[in-house]
Structure formats: C-alpha cells, structure tokens
Design a protein around this ligand. Structure first.
Ligand code: CP
Length: 345
C-alpha cells in the first residue's frame, strides 16, 4: 500500500504513555514515534487502555481549538473517504461525525437505510462489501444488532468505527462524556458519577461504566430493579434502586432515556410512576455536590427521566456534550487514520 501521510493539526497530542517517575529529559524527541491506538478499529471502550483513552481525550483538546477558529477546516484527512452507515435513527452522532469529517477535509458520504438497497433485502455484509468495492478508508456504523461493528471489522479493509450497536457499546459517546467531565472537573479519577435511568437497554451505560472505571471514577448505576442488567457489578458499577443513594454527593449525574423502542415487555408500570420515583427533579438534585454537572446523551424525554428545570438549569452541560462530540470524533478519525498508515506526520 502506498503510504499516505496525515498532517498533524497544530497542538495535537504527543502525550500518552509516560510512567510515573519518568524524567522530563526523557520526553519523546523528534525521532520518537507518536503515540497511537493499538487497533485500526474503534469497536468499543472494552479493550482500550487508560493511556489510549487519555490519548483520545488529549487529542480532542487540540481538535476543539480547530472548531473555535474562523475557518474551521484543516487538510488532515484530505483524500480519505469516510462512509457513515446508519441503520438506526440518529441526530447527534451522525451529524457530529459528518461535521468532524468535513473539518478534517475528508470526502464523506452518509447512507441511511431507508434510501439504501437494505430495504430490498440486501444483508449488512453484502451492503458493506459493495461499499468497500468503492475503496472507502473508514466506515462509521450504527446498527441495532449488538456486535455488528465487530462482524464488519473481521471482513473490512477499512477502519470500522462503532457509532452505537444495539445494547452493547457507544464508545464515542462515552469518550465525549469523559471529555466534558474532564473539562469541568479537571480529572476523572476519584469522582462519584451517578447514572440513572433505563440501564438495561443502554449501550451508553455499558461504554461509560467501562471508561469511567478504567479512569478511576466511582460509578453508581440506578434504576428500577426491572431495568438493572444482571452482572452490572462485574463491569464495576454499584447498582441501586435508590435515587437518593446514587445522587448523594455525586460530582456528575447522568440521566438515561427510557428506551420504549427496545422494550418488549412491561418494565415500568407507567411513565408517570417512573417520573415520580426516578425522574431527576431540582429537589432530588439537591443531594448532589454543590458543583454537580448534569448530563444526558440525548434524545431526552422531558418529564420522564428529567425535569425541564434540570435539563435547562444551571448545572446542565447537555448541549456542551453535543458540541464536544465533534472534537472527540475528529480525534478518533485522526488517530485511526494515523494508526492505519503508521505515521502521523
Ligand atoms: N447520543 C446519541 O447517540 O444520540 P443520537 O441517537 O441522536 O445519535
């Protein structure tokens, strides 16, 4: 394969893998290879090391600066083609990937299943084999089946980025959540994070618990007993059905939506009762740290998992999460492109 280079945006991270006790004089010199992700795919948070997560978050800091410029575009991915393949609805993830790709000057195309030959019965594998015949460099995939990105990663030449698969993982959401927390708190380690809502059907929960535990945070997972997944403790979260216990002293309160479309049984008696017992109101939030931040990956159900006074209140960073999604997805695209070519300059 002809080696194509990926221009490094000014300020992009060279941090990542130094150990405590390393002397400053031994910082990487000009010949040192830039830190890289070990895989050419991003399939989930599972398998990422703390150093890799830090590398993505640090790189996103430089990417956010590009977004703040008058001309928000760099030639970093010029000549690369990225296909956004969304088999499920999306507002935030799809648009922020598209904006991220455009800011890095990639050629992009977005395919929604409603307008593709999937409606005529074509399988995911055949769809992707046909797309690969047109030589894309990366495929961003959202799919309702857990494991669909993993399947594609085994057959694709392109890098595969998981944009949410079933109830499994949503890695770029967890990364942008971590980026937003770090911006406000300066760290992830030692924070108490309360995640409240429909835990059972949430890929955001699974990615966030794994990321936050890897980075040293304490994670509480709160919801009705019927919506707490078996084995959540094995990922490192502390399960509870008490909102008060979860929120007490929390640095971060993250609400998750009730996912009616994935519920094939009656998990809650009614939306009204759910809000009465678990909805995040200003009264409930008073138990949290006085510096708490309130997060939600979206889409929000106001009056179900979150009161509008909280969603639009002074502690809410929900729209910041959306803004940060662009920088974090730019960082992922940039790092995977450099990983593929073995060079970042
Ligand atoms: N947070 C999230 O994945 O939102 P979308 O479904 O709108 O992409």
């Amino acid at each position: 394969m002809t080696a194509r280079t990926v221009d490094r945006p000014s300020g992009a991270s060279r941090t990542g893998t130094t150990e405590p006790g390393d002397r400053p004089a031994e910082r990487p010199g000009p010949e040192a290879p830039p830190p890289q992700l070990r895989s050419r795919h991003l399939l989930g948070i599972a398998g990422l090391t703390a150093d890799e997560i830090t590398l993505i978050l640090d790189t996103a800091v430089a990417m956010k600066e590009i977004g703040g410029r008058a001309i928000k575009k760099v030639p970093t991915l010029r000549g690369r083609t990225v296909v956004n393949l969304f088999f499920e609805p999306s507002t935030r993830t799809r648009t922020s990937f598209e904006i991220a790709e455009k800011r890095l000057s990639a050629d992009t195309l977005s395919i929604a299943t409603a307008t593709s030959s999937v409606t005529k019965g074509e399988t995911l594998v055949d769809t992707v084999r046909n797309l690969e015949a047109m030589s894309p460099d990366m495929i961003v995939l959202r799919h309702s089946s857990s494991g669909a990105p993993e399947l594609l990663s085994r057959i694709c030449r392109s890098s595969v980025i998981n944009a949410g698969d079933g109830m499994h993982e949503h890695p770029t959401q967890a990364l942008l959540d971590a980026f937003t927390i770090r911006e406000h708190k300066g760290r992830l380690s030692g924070l108490k994070v309360a995640i409240v809502g429909d835990l059972l059907h949430s890929r955001v929960l699974r990615s966030n618990v794994q990321l936050l535990k890897t980075m040293g945070a304490e994670v509480w997972a709160c919801g009705p007993a019927t919506l707490i997944p078996a084995g959540i403790e094995r990922l490192g979260a502390r399960p509870t059905t008490s909102v008060d216990e979860a929120v007490e002293g929390a640095d971060v309160v993250m609400l998750l939506r009730i996912q009616h479309e994935r519920m094939h049984a009656h998990f809650i008696p009614s939306v009204r009762e759910y809000f009465a017992l678990f909805g995040m109101t200003p009264e409930r939030l008073r138990r949290a740290s006085s510096e708490v931040i309130v997060m939600h990956p979206g889409p929000m159900n106001r009056g179900v998992e979150i009161d509008s006074e909280v969603a639009d209140g002074p502690y809410s960073v929900i729209l910041e999460q959306v803004s940060n999604g662009v920088a974090v997805r730019m960082a992922v695209l940039y790092l995977l492109a450099g990983r593929e070519e073995g060079t970042l300059e």
